[in-house]
Every structure is written in structure tokens, then in C-alpha cells.
Design a protein around this ligand. Structure first.
Ligand code: NIG
Ligand code: FE
Length: 404
């Protein structure tokens, strides 16, 4: 039987079955037509397999390809000047109030051409692949005008044909109020709802709509208005919720049937209750707490309440300037006390849920043949040996797309 790729004799195969992490020591996986056709103990592999290509994985462990379900990968400029201000004690909100923060990156991104944004985006996506990412979400949100938001989303679309991984795109026009509208907030909400969302939906430029629901940024009512319009136009919802202060973002996500509620550093008991009764995934971004030196989300309470937890980098120039999702897994273990099994689940199965995908995030017959192979003795080693890149090979749709 012809197969395209056989990953042979992996030291450990890591997958999820009935919600539990399982391992097969010395396992193999067969892929054909971009999908997983067989996996199991190496010695049980059917004799009649005729692989076009074999990846000998005896010194590697094989996990589902990692999914970075929340990033701001497209932006121009960088903000190391603000980093220094933060180290001297300025808060994220103080920097934003002085016209820095998101507005700083907005100015640079508006000036950048499509070609420039595409070139830096491409370099960053290659970097993401080298960290084991096979599916990534990218948001707009640094254009904040009709033309510049569309520019960002079109750059994201054009990157799809330049890299072998899947890119989910999210419209984040409600990231912050652009300076032109500082005296008339309602008009910006109007621009988002009457011009941007209809155009984006009609041209299929985004799958999700997101907003930064935060004191001094967008209120619950403004977010609800944007979300109602987005839903009406068929966009799915994700939210920057309860990050720096609690404004009931988690409850709004539950009420409106969002796919994920992200951040949640300041989620309340009511918010936890609301999420537990819903299908919303909690998309945690502990790299921000680490970088901004603020509180971490109460993840153990959320797990206790049965809320599915995804972890992502939130890669952006203001609150988390890293693309290393393996480092985020370490931070989640050491700073929030998640277990290695929970963090692996949070960047695979649950990250797929956070992007509303059911064909990725696990090693299972019929799923996309996306894998991250790590030079490690077991999966616990990845968060344990922190701040390293353990990747040996990355496979997407049954093809080897990266070798270290
Ligand atoms: O997820 N909180 C809002 N958005 C980003 C930060 C964006 C920026 O500072 O440029 C975040 O943390
Ligand atoms: Fe973010």
C-alpha cells in the first residue's frame, strides 16, 4: 500500500483519546493525501506499507503540530523604547495614555507598504514554523482605518500562498480608538459596523472578529454592538477579555457564544461560572503576565470548573514579543502550575477548539497529518527544559516543511 510519509519508530507518540493524554513508546504514523491513515506501535505497522518517504524518528517524540491560536504577527516597527519605560515603572495603560502602545505600532503600520508588511510577516511565519507551529491565527488591529485594516487583512491573505501552514485571520478593528476619532467614539464604532465588517465579510477577509474590551479602550456595550454586527455578517467571535481590569468580558463571551475568551487575567467568579456553562474556550496568554509583570489568570480554578484551556503566544510588540510557544508552555507550568499534560493539550486539541477546527490538533486517523517532532525523551521535557527550541522536524499535511 502506497503511503506518502511514514514517521517511523518515534521514541514517543503523544495524542489524546477520550480526553486523556496517551503515549505510545516507539510509535509510527502513516500519512497519505495529507491525512493520518494509521498510527500505533512501530512493530504493529502493516508490512505492506510502501512509503514514498520515511522520517526516522528514533531520537524524537512526535506531537500533533502546535497551534498558535492568538497572535498579532503583522505589525511594523518595535517598541523597545516603551520596554525601557516599563522597566522604570510605567504601566501598559500609562504608556497607552501618552499616545504610545497600540497607537505607536498603528503609526508604523499605517506607514508600511503591503510589501514591507508581507516581507516581515513571512520572516516571522518561518520563525513560527521553526518553533513547531502548523496552524496560526493572525489579527489585524494596527491599521485602525478602513484602508489600513483592509491592508493588514489582505497581507494576511497573501501570506497564505507563501507559507505551507494554515493561517486563520481575525478582524480586530476595535483594538483601540484611533486618534482621528478621539472626540467621537461613536463614529468609529459606526465605521467598524457599517463599513469595515460588511466589506470584510463580503470579501471573506476574516473568519473571526475580535475586540479589546478593557477600561479606557472599548466598553462592554461598545463590544456588544461590534459583536452583534459581526455575528450578523457571519463572523465568529473572539475577545480580549478581562486582561488588565475586569469588565465582564468573559460573561459577554458566554452570552454571545464566542469561540474563545482570551487573556482573562482578572476574570471574576461570575465570569468563571459563565464560561463553565458555555462552550467558550479560555485562551490564556501567560507570556503577557510574564512580560508586563502582572497577575496570571486563575487557571487552576478554570480547569476545576471544567473550562477548556488553550495557550497561545499573543506575539505582539507591546505585551509579548516572543513567538516561542514552547516557552509559553514553560511559563504556564512554572507560573500557573498547569501540568505538562495540560499545557500540551492547550497548544493542540484545545487550541484547535479555540479556532473552531476539528481536523487538527490531535493524532487520530482521518485528521490532518500535522506534526511537531521534538528532540526530547518525553513530552514533559519540553516545558521542563525551558526557553529552548526543541524542534527537530515539522510536518504539515503529510509533508516535511522544516528540519532543524
Ligand atoms: O493582546 N491587549 C491588547 N492587545 C495586545 C497588545 C497589543 C499591543 O500592545 O500592541 C494584547 O496584549
Ligand atoms: Fe492579543
Amino acid at each position: 500500500m502506497k503511503i506518502d510519509l511514514l514517521i517511523a519508530n518515534a521514541r514517543q507518540l503523544v495524542f489524546f483519546e477520550n480526553g486523556q493524554l496517551r503515549t505510545i513508546e516507539n510509535g509510527s504514523v502513516a500519512c497519505a493525501n495529507g491525512l493520518i491513515t494509521w498510527f500505533g506501535p512501530a512493530e504493529a505497522a502493516p508490512q505492506e506499507f510502501e512509503p514514498v518517504e520515511t522520517l526516522e524518528a528514533a531520537d524524537c517524540i512526535t506531537l500533533p503540530g502546535l497551534i498558535d491560536s492568538h497572535t498579532h504577527t503583522i505589525f511594523a516597527g518595535s517598541r523597545e523604547d516603551e520596554f525601557e519605560l516599563k522597566l522604570k515603572g510605567a504601566t501598559y495603560q500609562e504608556i497607552a495614555a501618552r499616545g504610545g502602545g497600540i497607537k505607536n505600532t498603528m503609526r508604523a503600520t499605517r506607514k508600511a507598504t503591503r510589501d514591507e508588511l508581507t516581507a516581515t510577516g513571512l520572516e516571522r511565519l518561518r520563525n513560527a514554523i521553526a518553533f513547531g507551529i502548523t496552524t496560526i491565527e493572525i489579527k489585524s488591529g494596527y491599521g485602525l482605518s478602513f484602508d489600513d485594516e483592509i491592508k493588514m487583512l489582505e497581507v494576511i491573505r497573501s501570506l497564505r500562498s507563501l507559507v505551507p501552514i494554515d493561517i486563520a485571520s481575525t478582524f480586530l478593528g476595535a483594538h483601540t480608538l484611533p486618534p482621528e476619532f478621539s472626540e467621537n467614539r461613536q463614529d468609529y464604532i459606526g465605521l467598524i459596523c457599517e463599513k469595515m465588517i460588511p466589506y470584510i465579510a463580503e470579501n471573506k477577509l476574516a473568519e473571526f472578529c475580535d475586540a479589546f474590551c478593557e477600561a479606557g479602550v472599548f466598553s462592554i456595550d461598545e463590544t456588544r454592538t461590534v459583536f452583534e454586527t459581526a455575528k450578523h455578517y457571519g463572523l465568529k467571535l473572539k475577545l480580549h477579555a478581562d486582561q488588565l481590569t475586569n469588565s465582564g468580558g468573559a460573561e459577554l463571551c458566554a452570552e454571545m457564544g464566542a469561540v474563545s475568551a482570551d487573556h482573562l487575567e482578572t476574570i471574576s467568579e461570575r465570569g468563571i461560572d459563565a464560561l463553565a456553562k458555555s462552550n467558550v474556550v479560555a485562551g490564556l496568554l501567560p507570556g503577557c503576565s510574564f512580560f508586563l509583570h502582572v497577575q496570571y489568570p486563575p487557571v487552576l480554578k478554570m480547569i476545576e470548573a471544567g473550562i477548556p484551556i488553550a495557550l497561545a503566544t499573543d506575539f505582539n510588540p507591546g505585551s509579548c514579543m516572543t513567538q516561542n510557544l514552547q516557552m509559553i508552555m514553560s511559563i504556564a507550568c512554572t507560573q500557573m502550575r498547569m501540568s505538562p499534560a495540560e499545557v500540551v493539550r492547550a497548544v493542540t486539541v484545545n487550541a484547535a477548539r479555540a479556532l473552531d477546527r476539528n481536523d487538527i490538533g490531535n493524532i487520530k486517523t482521518g485528521m490532518k497529518a500535522d506534526f511537531a517532532l521534538f528532540r526530547a525523551p518525553n513530552y514533559q521535557f519540553i516545558p521542563y527544559n525551558f526557553a529552548q527550541n526543541h524542534i527537530s522536524h515539522v510536518v504539515k499535511n503529510g509533508k516535511i516543511i522544516f528540519s532543524a
